[in-house]
Design a protein around this ligand. Structure first.
Ligand code: ZN
Length: 639
């Protein structure tokens, strides 16, 4: 049987009609699978799971298409249609997971005859029933549902308060010293002879990096660190209580314990242990970085007594300039977008044994989108779309999205990469982002041939899913790799010596950075564990313990820590997956980044299994031992 990728409508076809028909077909398929499960027919465990899988495929596909197209389609009406179908998909999936009749049916199955993957799928479905409260009394289930609603509402309000609260300071023009000329030109002096600087990123990041007036930097940073405060303080207190109550109803000792059930850590204790380990590993390097940052700051300002959050970015810039001599603009002339795009495909093709074939006549949602068919050893895996440039109404960041899940012998995968790069030359940091996000697409495609949709693609644990992409970033930092595509207009490749200086600049300050991350990680976890009455005091104590920077006076930045909604107690995942990424990379030869005997083994043992095995086992299969902290320590020290 020949499988083809999802056919999108051609440019002249009515997308609204297609969106309605596509989502309606999938919703019908989902409802049909639920109805069949409930039709009273006597079925074996594998027959029941096959029907459940039909539902997973339908609802997963509608969710994927909706999440992508609601973010990228140029027609606002199509985006709205897909926003609605995303919500419906979410509601239907939750209803199925709380359905008493289905819970009784699935928990009564005899799974003795099932193969490994089917048995794993069944145990996941049963786990998800419990996490959704399907085993509770009607009264408790109703309370869980109302808690979920209230948590969603509060989370949205918490995020909105952060987004909407833009603060500003007004400064005399001479206090802008050190900032780039174009930035100063964009900030004219008002009638009172003052310049307004806001807490939005395009203002605050350059200001913290370049401004030489320490008091002005501190004034703006304090304003920025007080966004959404005090409004979000009470909001956070309620959110922590509601989460704790939900965990209690579901029979878990804490919210963190409940949240860890679907992750590699598996328990609150493992998260606590990780935080302690991270702290211990980073402390010496963080102290060394701090000393160097303070020394650099004192060269400019002999009065400087400490480095706090209003001074660290500027001190870092001073070190880069004086000790490492790196200008971020220098690399751009070698990083033309068209060459980078082709280079990315060539590098990953070589590394993972994949063929990318441009499909210029494939229907796409916008004329700037490139489509490629992907095959491995001659077998088609699916289609990917690169949508790299900004436009009105489009997603504002860079991320990988699914469009259709791949399922063995049934359908090919489709996935897309919406980014916001300019159309000319990229910054090197953008090339790193591109490699990172493309790593998620590769993972999606390589793991697209499993029987159970919910075990395929990037359905691995959430605290592991970043590791493969974090590791792939290393290829964007290698001179041999870069020289295969990064050439200037005359065809001269990026100089090796420039890449080495960029690497050194990138490596400096990791200790200070990770110590800050350890503080955020501890904050995310301990706020949930302790639910302190005085959140400001709690945040201060944690900052003093984990962060190497001096305290910033009047700092309430936990009120604008947006990840407390999405990640809740699990902000640790960033550093957790980085520890694993660094360890995975030890299996590769840094002098021969294209050694396919390693990269193909990695593809087959770590990426291809998707979610069919625990991530810890995938890593152990590849490394021949459990993952360890050592490589992360080397990465921290820039080795
Ligand atoms: Zn990522």
């Amino acid at each position: 049987m020949t499988l083809s990728p999802l056919e999108l409508p051609a440019a002249d076809v009515d997308w609204r009609g297609w969106a309605q028909a596509h989502t309606a077909r999938l919703f019908d398929a989902f409802r049909a699978s639920v109805a069949a499960l409930k039709d009273g027919t006597e079925r074996s465990a594998s027959e029941v799971l096959a029907l459940w899988n039909d539902g997973d495929i339908a609802i997963g596909d509608v969710a994927a298409a909706s999440e992508l197209l609601s973010e990228v389609h140029p027609d606002a009406a199509v985006r709205t249609l897909f926003e609605e179908s995303a919500r419906t998909a979410d509601q239907l999936a939750t209803q199925r997971q709380q359905d008493q009749e289905l819970f009784a049916l699935l928990s009564g199955l005899d799974g003795g005859e099932l193969g490994d993957e089917a048995a794993r799928r069944l145990s996941r479905v049963l786990r998800d029933f419990r996490l959704a409260g399907a085993h509770l009394s009607d009264e408790d289930r109703a309370e869980v549902a109302s808690l979920d609603d209230r948590i969603t509402e509060l989370s949205q309000e918490f995020s909105r308060n952060i987004r909407d609260d833009v603060r500003s300071v007004r400064l005399a023009p001479e206090r802008l010293a050190g900032l780039p000329a174009d930035w100063i030109a964009a900030h004219p002096v008002d009638d009172d002879g003052l310049v307004t600087v806001t807490t939005d990123y395009p203002d605050v990041v350059p200001f913290r990096t370049y401004a030489t007036d320490a008091d002005a930097r501190r004034e703006l940073t304090v304003a920025s660190q007080n966004r959404a405060w005090p409004a979000n303080d009470e909001m956070l207190a309620q959110l922590l209580e509601l989460r704790a109550r939900k965990a209690e109803l579901l029979g878990f000792a804490s919210w963190a314990e409940l949240d860890a059930q679907t992750k590699m850590t598996g328990s609150a204790a493992a998260i606590e242990e990780f935080i302690a380990r991270l702290h211990e590993t980073v402390a010496p390097q963080a102290e060394a970085d701090y000393a160097e940052l303070l020394a650099a700051l004192r060269e400019e300002d002999p009065e400087a007594e400490s480095v706090d959050f209003s001074a660290n970015m500027h001190a870092l810039e001073l070190v880069r300039r004086s000790r490492l001599d790196v200008d971020t603009q220098l690399a751009r002339r070698y990083l033309d977008i068209a060459k980078v795009r082709q280079g990315l495909l060539d590098v990953t093709s070589r590394l993972f044994g994949l063929a990318f074939t441009a499909v210029p006549d494939a229907p796409v949602w916008h004329a700037e989108v490139f489509a490629y068919d992907v095959a491995q050893d001659g077998a088609p895996l699916g289609r990917i779309y690169l949508d790299l440039h900004p436009r009105d109404g489009k997603f504002k960041h860079a991320a990988a999205f699914g469009l259709q899940q791949g399922v063995a012998d049934r359908q090919l995968a489709s996935a897309a990469l919406p980014c916001n790069f300019n159309r000319g030359a990229l910054l090197h940091s953008e090339v790193v982002t591109l490699f990172h996000e493309f790593g998620h697409l590769v993972h999606q495609l390589v793991a697209s041939r499993h029987e159970f949709a919910a075990l395929g693609g990037i359905s691995t644990e959430w605290d592991f899913v970043e590791a493969p992409s974090q590791m792939l970033e290393e290829w964007a930092w290698d001179a041999d790799v870069l020289q295969t595509f990064a050439t200037d207009d005359d065809g001269v490749p990026i100089p090796r010596e420039l890449v080495e200086r960029m690497r050194a600049a990138n490596a400096f300050g990791r200790g200070q950075f990770v110590a800050r991350q350890a503080y955020y990680t501890a904050l995310s976890y301990f706020l949930h564990r302790d639910r302190p009455a005085d959140r400001t005091a709690c945040a201060r104590a944690l900052q003093a313990e984990y962060d190497v920077l001096a305290p910033l006076p009047d700092d309430h930045s936990y009120a604008s820590f947006g990840h407390l909604t999405g990640y809740s107690s699990a902000y640790y995942t960033y550093m957790w997956s980085k520890v694993i990424a660094a360890d995975l990379f030890t299996a590769f030869d840094r002098d021969d980044m294209f050694d396919t005997s390693v990269s193909h083994r990695y593809r087959d043992l770590v990426l291809a299994p998707g979610g069919t095995k625990d991530a810890a086992n995938l890593v152990e299969d590849f490394l021949g031992r459990p993952y360890a902290f050592g490589a992360f320590g080397d990465w921290l020290a820039g080795r």
